[in-house]
Ligand binder design. Sequence first.
Ligand code: CP
Ligand code: NVA
Length: 342
Amino acid sequence: MASRTAVEHPTATVPVHKDPDILAAAARMAGEDLCSIADLSSSEVRAILKLGREVKHNPREYRHALDAKQMVLMFEKASLRTRLAFETGFNTMGGNAIFVDQTNSPLGERETIADVARNLERWVDVIVLRTYAHDTITDMAANARVPVINALSDFEHPCQALADFMALEEHFGKVAGLNFTFVGDGNNVCHSLMLTGAQLGANVTVATPRGYSPDIEIVTIAREMAERNGGEIRLLQDPHAAVESADAVYTDVCVSMGFEHESTKRAPIFRPFQVNEALMAKAAPHAVFMHCLPARRNEEVTDAVIDSPQSIVFDQAENRMHAQKALLLLLLGGLANVTSFQ
Ligand code: CP
Ligand code: NVA
């Protein structure tokens, strides 16, 4: 079946192997961690998106870029997209991915995070973590001499946001100046979207119920980034005002993993924030609907919206793999093995 979205591929003015953002990112990011989008400069975010598009359209060029590299994924929470996008992406560049289910054995319980790090770095080239506590990720990064990637913590989901803005760039041609609205819980996904949007010069509006607004530290950093990049960050509590003139409307589940015990309390609080046809009608007529997935259908979003032609949720999901491949290439120095970059 043909793609339903009108995907634009802006003509590259500079060949990708000469692109200054990509070359600078390859030099600066090799061996680094990605705990937060705040670890990346604006130019590095742009580089990941450009390289993601390149990898998406020319996957064969990168078939051996990470030959014989080893990746471990240690996940304290369930995953479909993140795990599979990392595993398929890494394997199709010549690497080998090892998954360790930590859902019944939280990291740091059996031995310290530092000791885990000092073991892992002897065997693997990159550590991918999905955790509850964000500190688990930063502790691992502080103690491991190989790159550590945040595959979602309670505080951030950087890989998600990179794929999402890649999807927006494909759909609209550019992200700077785009009106991007997030409606829902101001936690991990929202935080990473705010930072990524700010680094790309988007106008980011966030509408949350009172008491569920984004963390003040993220708001402060995102506002500084937005000011430098020509965008703005607005925080509202009225979803209808927030989606006015929006080019993209994004939502996430009202009850994140680890907060299931709050389901009954949250349901009535988040009900007015449901993205339904009435809410989407207030956005720009060309607006897209976005969701990180998994969706709780007919809770935070109705079937009519998520299944509508405006929805780009599966393009986002697809781009998880391409954006993560770009990230891995940059963190692991993989471009040195790609003929066009030599
Ligand atoms: N969006 C996302 O991270 O999906 P998974 O929880 O399935 O990995
Ligand atoms: N906010 C959600 C995102 C899942 C991808 C959660 O943390 O469960």
